[in-house]
Design a protein around this ligand. Structure first.
Ligand code: SF4
Ligand code: SF4
Length: 216
């Protein structure tokens, strides 16, 4: 009978397909119809500037240190005294993210002390060469007028406006970017912790830890 079962095998498969044909489709017509992404969607990163065009990145390498995928490479350099690139002593001289390794966890955003790195809604980053998946500073850093950069042109797959959407982008670049957000405090870290009260018991925990240090 095994030959008979073998004979029926393909027809059983076709029966599964036929049953599915009658069911409502759950897939969408991507990219013609795109889903609206959640406000805190973790897409491609951008490096932001201050309103006066100064770069926010100070080359501290905290983002690289916290990245669980080790996909950020940063090198800081001293700011030229006569033409500083960022406020403070140093700036991000080299900045690279290997998007093939990134898991889009936003830990780099959380760690950044200057809100220099934030994430946008763009995730269409297909490449045919692995080297092209390494985004350099020239691609990550927004222009002085707040315009974000992308290594690939606008296409049915790539909506560059999505680089202007996302957690942290608006306030980070608003004065020189989107006029409607000028002077509107809209920025908050990825976990939306700004303006939230302290967690219950937080102060007591800190106090107890300090007392423990003193006792020790
Ligand atoms: S999103 Fe996560 S994995 Fe990606 S660069 Fe930032 S810290 Fe690394
Ligand atoms: S992006 Fe932020 S955390 Fe990373 S090097 Fe620049 S200032 Fe430091």
């Amino acid at each position: 009978m095994s030959w008979f079962a073998d004979l029926l095998g393909p027809f059983r498969g076709f029966a599964v397909t036929a049953r599915q044909l009658r069911k409502e489709r759950v897939t969408r017509k991507y990219p013609a119809e795109k889903r609206v992404k959640p406000e805190r969607f973790h897409g491609r990163h951008v490096l932001n500037r201050y309103a006066d065009g100064m770069e926010k990145c100070i080359g501290c390498e905290l983002c690289a240190g916290v990245c669980p995928a080790s996909c950020i490479y940063v090198r800081g350099a001293d700011n030229p005294v006569d033409a500083p690139v960022s406020p403070g002593e140093r700036f991000g001289f080299v900045y690279e993210i290997n998007m093939l390794r990134c898991i889009f966890c936003a830990m780099c955003v959380e760690a950044c002390p200057t809100e220099a790195i934030t994430m946008t809604h763009l995730f269409e980053m297909s490449v045919t060469d692995r080297d092209d998946a390494i985004y350099t500073k020239s691609e990550l850093l927004v222009d002085p007028d707040g315009t974000p950069n992308h290594p690939q042109p606008e296409s049915p797959l790539i909506d560059l406006n999505e680089l202007r959407l996302g957690d942290g982008w608006m306030e980070a670049t608003s004065p020189a970017g989107r006029a409607e957000y000028t002077d509107v405090v809209a920025w908050s870290p990825s976990a939306r912790k700004v303006n939230q009260p302290s967690e219950s018991g937080g102060d007591e925990t800190v106090d107890a830890a300090r007392e423990g240090d003193t006792d020790g």
